[in-house]
Design a protein around this ligand. Structure first.
Ligand SMILES: NC(=O)c1ccc[n+]([C@@H]2O[C@H](COP(=O)([O-])OP(=O)(O)OC[C@H]3O[C@@H](n4cnc5c(N)ncnc54)[C@H](OP(=O)(O)O)[C@@H]3O)[C@@H](O)[C@H]2O)c1
Length: 290
C-alpha cells in the first residue's frame, strides 16, 4: 500500500528536515508552506519534493497528514485558520511539533473531524538539514487522540525512533527537561568557553580545548549514568578548590549562581559516592555563602 501524503505547514528548521526524512522513507510530500515563498522554495529544494507555497490552505489541501511546524505562538492561530477553510477535515490527521503545547491547541481542527496529536522529535535542529539520521534512534514525545497516536506511532517506527506517550499535564516538565538538555547544555558550554575567552583565548581555541572534555563527559553519561559521570571537586570533597573557583569567578552576572547551582546538584550524588556528610555540609555552606 502506498504511504500517506504529507504536507508541512511551517517548513522551517524542523519542518524542512522532517519533510526530507519522511520523503526518504517513502511518504508522498505535497504542500510546503512558509511565510516567505523564498523560504518554502529553499525547503522544497532541500527535500527534493513538494510544492512550495506561501498559502497555508493551499499547502494543506491535498494531504492525508499535516505537520504544523510553525512557531509555538502561531499553532492555535494556524489551526483556526485551517479549520475555517473549505477543506473537509474528516479522516485527516494533523500534528503540531511543539514539545510544550497540548494537542488541544488543534481543537478547531478536531471539531471539524480531524484526528489530532502533538508530535515532538526530541532532537535539535539549528538549521534546515537533509540528514535523516537526525530522526533515527531518537525519542518522540506524543500526546493526543487514539487515532492520531496510532498514525504517529507508525511514523516514528518508520523513522527508526522511539515513541514516548505523554499525558498533557506532564508536558511542561517534559519540555523543560528537553530544553535543559539542548539549549541549556549549549548555553553552559558557551559559558565555560567564555571564561577561557576572558583570559585571552580565541573562541575557536576555547571550544577546541573544552569540547573533548564535554564529549567524553557525555559518553560517560551514556555508558555509566549521569550520577557516576560527575567528577571534580564536589565528589572529591576538594573544599579549597571550590573556594578558589568562587573567588575567581566574576562577582557580577550569573557565574557564581550557575557554579553554585551545578555544585549543589553534584553534591546530591556525592553522598552516594562515599563523600563524608561533614564534607558535603561544608561544601553546601560555601556555596550558600558565595
Ligand atoms: N528547531 C528545533 O530544534 C525544534 C525541535 C523540536 C520541535 N520544534 C518545534 O517545531 C516548531 C517550529 O520550530 P522551528 O525551530 O523549526 O522554527 P522555524 O525554523 O522558525 O520555522 C518556522 C516555520 O513557520 C513559519 N512561520 C514563522 N512565523 C509564522 C507565523 N506567524 N505564522 C505561520 N507560519 C510562520 C516559517 O516561515 P518562514 O521560513 O518564511 O519564516 C517557517 O516555515 C516549534 O513548535 C518548535 O517548538 C523545534
Amino acid at each position: 500500500m502506498p504511504l500517506k501524503s504529507v504536507s508541512i505547514i511551517g517548513a522551517g528548521k524542523l519542518g524542512a528536515s522532517l519533510g526530507h526524512a519522511l520523503a526518504r522513507k517513502g511518504y508522498d510530500i505535497k504542500g510546503l508552506f512558509c511565510r516567505r515563498l523564498s523560504s518554502a522554495r529553499e525547503s522544497a529544494r532541500l527535500i527534493g519534493r513538494g510544492k512550495a507555497t506561501a498559502g497555508v490552505v493551499r499547502a494543506a489541501r491535498d494531504a492525508d497528514i499535516l505537520f504544523l511546524c510553525v512557531p509555538d505562538d502561531s499553532v492555535a492561530k494556524t489551526a483556526a485558520l485551517l479549520a475555517a477553510s473549505s477543506i473537509d477535515w474528516r479522516g485527516r490527521t494533523v500534528f503540531h511539533s511543539s514539545g510544550l503545547l497540548p494537542a488541544r491547541a488543534l481543537a478547531p481542527l478536531r471539531e471539524k473531524g480531524a484526528f489530532t496529536a502533538s508530535f515532538h522529535p526530541i532532537q535539535t535542529f539549528a538549521r534546515k538539514e537533509a540528514r535523516p539520521d537526525l530522526f533515527k534512534g531518537i525519542g518522540y514525545g506524543l500526546e493526543g487522540d487514539a487515532e492520531a497516536l496510532m498514525t504517529a506511532g507508525k511514523i516514528v517506527r518508520r523513522l527508526g525512533g522511539r515513541a514516548l506517550f505523554l499525558a498533557e499535564a506532564d508536558k511542561p516538565l517534559y519540555h523543560a527537561a528537553c530544553v535543559l538538555c539542548s539549549g541549556g547544555a549549549a548555553a553552559l558550554l558557551g559559558s565555560a568557553f567564555a571564561l577561557l575567552e576572558s583570559r585571552g583565548l580565541g573562541e575557536k581555541e576555547a571550544s577546541e580545548v573544552l569540547l573533548p572534555l564535554a564529549q567524553r563527559t557525555l559518553q560517560n553519561v551514556k555508558e555509566i549514568g549521569a550520577g557516576p559521570a560527575v567528577t571534580g571537586p564536589f565528589v572529591r570533597g576538594d573544599v579549597r578548590t571550590v573556594l578558589v573557583h568562587l573567588r575567581a569567578l566574576p562577582a557580577k552576572g550569573f557565574w557564581r549562581d550557575l557554579y553554585a547551582a551545578l555544585g549543589r546538584r553534584s553534591l546530591e550524588t556525592s553522598g552516594k559516592r562515599g563523600l563524608p556528610p561533614q564534607a558535603i555540609r561544608t561544601l553546601r555552606k560555601i556555596l550558600e555563602d558565595r
